[in-house]
Design a protein around this ligand. Sequence first.
Ligand code: PHB
Length: 251
Amino acid sequence: MANSPSGDSLTERIVRILETFSAERTVQTAAEIGRRAALPSSTAHRQVDALVDAGLLERDDDSRVRLGMRLWELALRGSDALRLRQAAMPFMERVQAAIREHTQLAVLEQDEALFLERLSSPDSGANITRIAGRLPLHASSSGLVLLAFGSRDLEERVLAGTLTRRAPETITDAAALRRTLADVRRQGYVIAPGSIEAVSTGVAVPVRDASGAVVAALSVVLPRGTPTAAALEELRAAAAGIRRALAADRR
Ligand code: PHB
């Protein structure tokens, strides 16, 4: 791999460029990308041009740059995430039709909950989740499920880190979080009022694959104070359906 005078490889430079994009920062100029990726201006412009030519970045009429559809296409092709989303969709639609509030599917990705899908009605309540967006594990219902059924290492890493308060009822105390995770494992679900925003209650269950391994969390976001029993029942039925669909897909 061709190395630059500073010693970083071409791959490292490309990754640094792609990582300057975030959920909040979706459009940038080549100069901004260069600054944020700590690349010399000429290198940044050359590299951005090459990535635009390859379709991994796209340039608009104002010469501003965003991530390209080709990147999305390649990333999804044959991915476990797409397979999971496809298996889950019919069951998510059923939950959404019954409960008429946001229904979402999240996987564990680099110590955060990454949302693969979200279904909403025009009259659904507040929701800060975005598809391809992330929420903290300790501060969302999906995150708590993924954390509870994740590895011991993951739990220790999260408990040893800073449990940032995102809403009045975010669990910020390590001992309290440990107790909650044990409860989630025992009950097989979590009801998390005011975990990431005060006005909502997240209800989440684990989604298992054919082998029984937890591969995702399925959740609904209810307006605070809404009874949770119906949502929980729908979520459990949906998770069982997704498991069967994943098993059938494997055959
Ligand atoms: C949750 O999963 O707890 C959650 C997610 C998004 C919201 C509110 C709650 O907007």
